[in-house]
Design a binder for this molecule. Sequence first.
Ligand SMILES: [Zn+2]
Length: 265
Amino acid sequence: MKKKAALFSLTILLLFLATGLTACNERNRIFRYGYWEYIVVGKESRIPKNKNDSVIAVVGLTESGAEQLALDVPSAINGTEVAYLGFEKYDIAINYYTLTSRNLLRLYIPENILSIKPYVFESLSAPDAKTIYNGAAEPSVHFSSSPEIYVYRELYEKIKSKHADCLDEEGSTDCPSCPWILETFVPANVAFMNNYSAAVNRGYFRAEDVESGEKIPEPPAPEREGYVFTGWYTEAEAINLWDFDTKTEIPDGEELRLYAGWKKL
Ligand SMILES: [Zn+2]
């Protein structure tokens, strides 16, 4: 009788462990698209609640992705919006996806990514790897990010002043992002302006950051309906074309702005 009872409790225990672990273990299927590995998640949960509740989390690089020196995270894959960079592997947030590359020097993040998950950049191991966020609003970060994230100088100033008063005298705060927000974001020293509408991404097209004596990488050509793009200029009036062979010297704390030139079709 004792043996039976023991066996019974053991069975229950095993059943409990098996179902419990399977529930935690339910993984998202990893898909591949060009340079990217991605999963489909819900807008507010790891597993989509229904067909309409799907957004994409970019969670890794394919072999060819890991060979690239510069990459633009896509804003959509097969028509589904990319909303997250990185993600939790399980519901218990102890294990995260990471982008892994020894070669990548620049990772450009589009404005529609509103949440950058912990550890996603941890395995970008090129010594000068830079991650650059191209949105004009503060994305949510839940942990100190390494490497840091470059943002437009205007956004950096906004983030800095928004969180300046969060900490009280004891250094504690109710603000969930405060402990790491100021060490995560750094101001970028180059801004490409779309030069036609302040309503589109607050007038920005792309942020960039260069060291002293480095050339500014040429961004992909912007698009505007009814116009042809004519190049990047040093002033909004589009008079002097920027030469991308120029090695730049941008004084500390300053920003170089380049403006898109447009010709009406
Ligand atoms: Zn804060």
